[in-house]
Design a protein around this ligand. Sequence first.
Ligand code: ATP
Length: 495
Amino acid sequence: MCTTKDYSTNQNNTFKDLVAHAQAYGFIYPSSEIYDGLQAIYDYGPYGIALKRNIQNFWWQSMTQLHQNIVGIDAAIMMHPTTWKASGHLDGFTDPMVDNKDSQKRYRVDLLIEAHAMQLTEQSKSLEAKALIETMETYLQEADLIGLDKLIQTSNIICPVSKTANWTPVRQFNLMFSTQFGAQNDATTVYLRPETAQGIFVNFLNVQKTARMKIPFGIAQIGKAFRNEIVARQFTFRMREFEQMEMQFFIQPGTEKEWFDYWKKTRIAWYKVLGIPDQKIHIHPHKQLAHYAADAIDIEYNFPFGFKEIEGIHSRTDFDLSKHEQYAKKKLHYFDPNSQKHYIPYVIETSVGLDRLVLMLLSNALINQKVVSESEAAHGNRTLLKLPPPLAPIKAAIFPLLKKEGMEEKALAILDMLKYDFPIVYEANQSIGKRYVRQDLIGTPYCITVDHQTLEDETVTIRERDSMEQYRITIDKIAHLLHETTNIKSLLVQL
Ligand code: ATP
């Protein structure tokens, strides 16, 4: 029985709405907010962590359960410092900075230029400010230090302390966070990993031998990575502490093209299953390949601030394993039992940012609808998070119509029956209409109401989030409904 008339074209929200919604409804908060936060560091609230875990599980299961030849690991965040020498991060993972010779103060180039752009805006020179930021971003992307030098000079940027323009040349600044390891006077500098991939490479032979893997095979890992990002804005899009989900697929040299195509197709299909419309996903082939890469693409999503990378797929040749072999002076060869030959495998990497996926899903799901609902007497706009039900933080909310006449006990008994299999919330306060609104805002696909009729015939009212449709089913059918529609399995079978 459908009582909803939907006169809407779904209207997407702005980025500001998205950030406000994520904070107001318990998804994402600025870290240590009571101390005014820490730039580009965020905490996940109750619904945010549930959404993040569901995405994580979907990725993990789609990699390791659906592929017999992919296994998982969980490597440590701190690794032997030589790892980063071998991987090239110690020498090459950098962003630009500049010093003022008079004040002896050091500035990150982007922040210095941004502060100047802000001043221009305050002086009603917004166009000039915009052009300055755009030029800076081009130079940053191209790592053009001379261009940045000239930009600082031609824009007459001065040091806020010395008030002079007596700058050193722009230099590169390493993005890795370092810390001291061991006793104070005998400490070694170690780094918080800037990517999870190296933990996979250094464990390549451990995994291959102990899990008896034969090429082609993959190793998947989910974990935190840290980058002292210089351009850290756009909410959780660019964070200094974030989570990656990476899979390195080890193959025979010469088969890289076919496996690169396979992983490209496989990963794009994954986004379709998440309900991301084709027009919001874009493949960006890398024009300039890294010296070790045979091929590389970015999968980009159309965020409210434009198409931006969410995942990279890279054909990395034998670069990483060869480098580790060289620096560790340990053989990282694979023995092929068929050809009876030893070789260093080539690698296809899929690398996706979990926080960017959360942001993508929130961005895709947050919509305003114009509705006229007869049953809910709701007229006008409603806001809802139309998340795929298997990713929704809460699968169903249970409401007693009244807190008396045995309805509360019955609703709690249903909660007890379902809680072992599903995340469910119980809510007895406010009107049913307000309870629906609250669940729509956090993306709960089903609301279940226990009313007078329940006490007579063991049926409940199910109200669906997206259609606002209401119908009755017997209590013993609820678990089946939730199993069929809200389990990760319902996504996995579509892959
Ligand atoms: P970008 O060009 O946006 O800086 P990248 O090319 O440096 O990203 P990779 O090193 O390929 O990114 O990392 C793989 C994935 O990790 C990215 O596609 C992205 O989803 C995620 N990622 C990288 N840096 C960050 C960050 N600072 N905050 C959140 N996620 C990140």
